[in-house]
Each structure stands twice: as structure tokens, then as C-alpha cells.
Design a protein around this ligand. Structure first.
Ligand SMILES: Cc1ncc(C[n+]2csc(CCOP(=O)(O)OP(=O)(O)O)c2C)c(N)n1
Length: 472
């Protein structure tokens, strides 16, 4: 029995596991949003079929969401099969984007575990496994195989001094920590190096490069020759490009994680660095340079041209977000577009970028709101909202949920992946809000003051055109 013969596969959408899609019989496959639900559906089906039924997930918390169903299957002796898409071994244990230890998650909830590549997956005999079983598939993507090697430096002040001596004009990439990196960024500015500070650093407005596209352009034209990163694993695509095209790279990360499969990391956060005389002294040997930055008003004309795009709808929120409030941003397109369009000095920004899950996002924002008297805005994509729907029964007074409803997981469209995994739909949240007795408005920004849920409907075609013209 091979993968194609499975009675059913509950396929939970994700970029990594979409590579497994072709191994399954699509007549016996359903696309799913929520891994916890999908794995319980598979469990339910095993109760009658008595044959292996599979749930297939992408990497990260998508896997841990299946643990409960796996445990039930283990103690009920049912043939549940968990198939997880993972990154190659060299990226494990390093804090690479959405990479966690899948093997450990199902310990105690499985009879067998195997780790294989895509080539072996096709030949796998499922009858050779004991159930419940977990197959972790290590998926190599071409754009993650390093084309060249760069030097590793010692993780010490001596190593950092060597790095600066050999790479005196690095780009400064500031991602995020759990506290603001504003003062640190301010101090870094005096060294005359180009800085890209991401939205969750709280210092994006201090960046000499406000737009990610300038970073990527400068990388492609060879203007960026080396990088110093401060903070946790970055959000920007630029960072992921370094996996394939490594540049000399030195990271300061309080977690001690590389965030890539290669490079050097010094386990220290920005607050501690502020007081390290040695660090600032070494930086004095840097040679200032600059990168051409796109003018901020260039994006405004596209907002006018494509008023129904995600970007325009997000930009239009500007005057409606109260000063001194907290803004919690969902992990898909929302956080990227918000960084591009709406970063201000007047708000504090939050997200969950540890492993980038789309699960538990409303709940996390509720917890955040419970811990403050400030107004909190939680801005999420539609699938991310649907994932955590039952949390809306309990939205605190100081929390507003803003849903960017682009009728699916549009990040997959921007990545040009299999369109089936977008999970296109025409659902809206109005009736479900009514059912939970939560005030709701659609498309009316002025109502944000009065309701707990504001749903903004966007036009995916306009979003794509906006993106294409912007990135030209
Ligand atoms: C728990 C979990 N499952 C799956 C994924 C893979 N994933 C990343 S983004 C995304 C779709 C998000 O869709 P939506 O919230 O509508 O945002 P959009 O892409 O439209 O901005 C999915 C399924 C994930 N990150 N976390």
C-alpha cells in the first residue's frame, strides 16, 4: 500500500507540504484550514475504515496541532497517519523560519516514526508501518541550497572585529525582540550604514530603507555585500534569500539562534549590547555607505490606483488606529503590508514570529488585551481568523478585531504556489458574530469606533497588480 492508495488524505495547506500534494490521489483528498480539526476528522474516519487515514501538514505549529488526535489514536489503537512537511536537516535547531523539531512532538503518541526525503516517499510501503504513524518528509527546495560558502567567524568580540575588518560596510538588519529596539536603532544610525528595521522592532520609522523591495534590489545588484542582524529570526524575504545566496553574516540574537543554516551568531540581545563598550568600539571601523531608497509617496499613487487591494484597505486604516494603542498583526500578508504602509511612531506592534503559526492568533490578541488598559487592534487575514473562531465569544472591551478578507490564503498566490492551497471561499463573519452576540460592521471604517469586529473585503486581483507594479 502506497500514499496514492490511501482511503483519504486531509491536506492542510502550507507552502512546505504542497510539495507532497502530487503523491496523493486527489479524488480522495480534501483541503483543510485547521490541523487540529483535520487530524480529528482523520481519526474519526479510522474508526470505521480500519485502514490508515492521513492528515498532511506543513511545518511548525501545524504539526503540534495534531498531537491531541495522535494521542487519542495511540490510546485507542487506531491507524492515524500524520505526514508532515519539514525543512532539510541542516536547517534544524537553528531558528530557521517555521522550523521546529517535529520528531519530538509525537513522541508518546505514535507506534512508528520515519524521516524520509521526497524520492523515498513515493516508494514507501505504508503496510510496513505500525500505527499511529508519523512520517516526517524532509523537503529540499532549490532556492534553499547554498550556491556558495561564506566564512564563519568566532562567536566572540575578536570574531566580530575580524568580521568588520573583512566586511567594513555591512547592511544592518534589525528584526525584533520582546522589548523595543528603538534606542538601539537610534544609536546604530550614527555609524552611517544602511538600516532596515522591521515593524516588530518598533523602529521601522528610523530605517534608512523603509521598503523591503529596496533591500532586495540592492541584494540582487550586489550593493549589499555583508549583513549584521540584530534580534530574532527576521520576517523579510531578504533574509530567506540568504539561504541560497549566502553573504558574510554576523548575528546578535539573544536566543543564540542563527536563523539560517549558516553564518555566525553571538548570543546577546540589543539591551545588553547597548552597554558593551567593545561592541561600539569595533563598529567604529565600519565604512559608511548608502543604498537608494524609494520615496514614500511612490506607494501612495498605487493606493489610489488600486483602492480595493489589501494594501489600500490596510493603508486606509491609518487615521482610525488610535494613538498610543497596541496593534497585533497576523502572520501572513497583513504584517508585511502593515510594515510597508502603516508603521508609525504612535503605536506598539506585536506579532507571533517565533514559529509563524496562523493558529491561536485571536486568542493571543485577547491575552494581550487582558494585560493592558490600552486599546488593542488585532488585524488578521480571513483564514487566520477562521482558524481561531471560537475565541470570538470572548472579545474584551479594549480589543477590536479587524479582518482583511481577501477570500483565502492569498500569501500562496503571491508565492505562485498551487492555487488549490489558497482555499478560496466566499465566507464572511457577519452571522457568526451575531451568533456570538459580538458587534460587527463590514467595510465601514467609521464604525470601528462602535463595533468589536470590522471586516474589510478586498479584491485579490488588485492586490496582485499592486504587488507586481510595486516590485517592478
Ligand atoms: C498552524 C499553521 N498552519 C498552517 C500554516 C501555513 N500558512 C501560512 S499563511 C497561511 C494562510 C493564511 O491565510 P490568511 O489568514 O487568509 O492570510 P493571507 O494569506 O490572505 O494574508 C497558511 C495556511 C501556518 N503558518 N500555521
Amino acid at each position: 500500500m502506497n500514499l496514492f492508495n490511501l482511503d483519504h488524505v486531509y491536506f492542510c495547506t502550507g507552502a512546505r507540504n504542497q510539495e507532497i500534494l502530487d503523491f496523493f490521489n486527489h479524488d480522495k483528498l480534501s483541503f483543510e484550514i485547521d490541523e487540529r480539526i483535520a487530524s480529528f476528522k482523520a481519526l474519526g474516519q479510522t474508526k470505521v475504515s480500519n485502514k490508515p487515514i492521513a492528515v498532511c501538514t506543513t511545518s511548525g505549529t501545524a504539526v503540534s496541532e495534531c498531537l491531541s488526535a495522535m494521542l487519542e489514536a495511540y490510546y485507542s489503537h487506531l491507524p492515524l497517519l500524520l505526514i508532515t512537511g519539514d525543512r532539510p536537516k541542516r536547517m534544524h535547531g537553528k531558528g530557521c523560519p517555521q522550523t521546529i523539531d517535529h520528531e519530538k512532538i509525537t513522541v508518546g503518541a505514535r507506534q512508528s516514526y520515519i524521516e524520509i526525503g521526497l524520492e523515498e516517499l513515493g516508494k514507501l510501503d505504508l503496510s510496513s508501518l505500525k500505527y499511529p504513524a508519523h512520517i516526517n518528509v524532509l523537503i529540499e527546495k532549490k532556492n534553499e541550497i547554498a550556491k556558495n560558502h561564506t566564512k564563519n567567524y568566532e562567536s566572540s568580540w575578536g570574531g566580530f572585529a575580524d568580521f568588520i575588518k573583512e566586511n567594513p560596510s555591512p547592511l544592518i538588519l534589525i528584526s525584533h525582540e520582546n522589548t523595543s529596539m528603538k534606542n538601539f536603532t537610534e544609536k546604530m544610525k550614527s555609524y552611517g550604514l544602511p538600516i532596515y528595521a522591521e515593524i516588530l522592532s518598533q523602529a521601522h520609522t528610523l530605517s534608512s530603507l523603509r521598503f523591503e523591495k529596496d533591500l532586495i534590489k540592492a541584494f540582487r545588484t550586489g550593493e549589499i555585500k555583508s549583513v549584521i542582524r540584530f534580534g530574532h529570526t527576521p520576517l523579510t524575504k531578504f533574509w530567506r534569500l540568504l539561504e541560497e545566496t549566502p553573504l558574510p553574516q554576523f548575528s546578535f540574537d539573544e536566543r543564540g539562534l542563527l536563523g539560517l543554516s549558516h553564518g555566525t551568531v553571538f548570543p546577546m540581545g540589543s539591551n545588553e549590547l547597548m552597554a558593551q563598550v567593545e561592541f561600539w568600539k569595533i563598529l567604529k571601523d565600519c565604512r559608511p555607505f548608502s543604498i537608494r531608497a524609494t520615496k514614500e509617496d511612490e506607494i501612495e499613487s498605487l493606493i489610489v490606483k488600486y483602492p480595493h487591494s489589501d494594501q489600500a484597505k490596510i493603508a486606509k486604516l491609518r487615521p482610525y488606529i488610535e494613538e498610543d494603542s497596541f496593534v497585533y498583526l497576523g502572520n501572513s500578508l497583513v504584517i508585511r503590508f502593515f510594515e510597508q504602509l502603516n508603521t508609525t511612531e504612535k503605536n506598539r506592534f506585536f506579532g507571533s514570529r517565533g514559529v509563524n503559526g496562523i493558529d491561536g492568533q485571536i486568542s493571543t490578541a485577547i491575552g494581550l488585551a487582558n494585560a493592558t488598559n490600552k486599546q488593542v487592534y488585532c488585524i488578521l487575514g480571513d483564514l487566520t481568523t477562521i482558524y481561531d473562531l471560537s475565541a470570538i465569544r470572548d472579545i474584551p472591551e479594549n480589543l477590536k478585531l479587524i479582518i482583511i478578507n481577501n477570500s483565502g490564503g492569498r500569501i500562496f498566490q503571491t508565492l505562485k504556489l498551487n492555487e488549490k492551497i489558497i482555499l478560496e471561499h466566499d465566507h464572511h463573519l457577519e452571522h457568526i458574530s451575531n451568533a456570538f452576540n459580538i458587534s460587527y460592521a463590514r467595510n465601514n471604517y467609521n464604525m470601528l469606533k462602535h463595533v468589536k469586529i470590522l471586516e474589510l473585503f478586498t479584491n485579490p486581483a488588485e492586490t496582485m497588480k499592486f504587488l507586481e507594479e510595486w516590485e517592478q
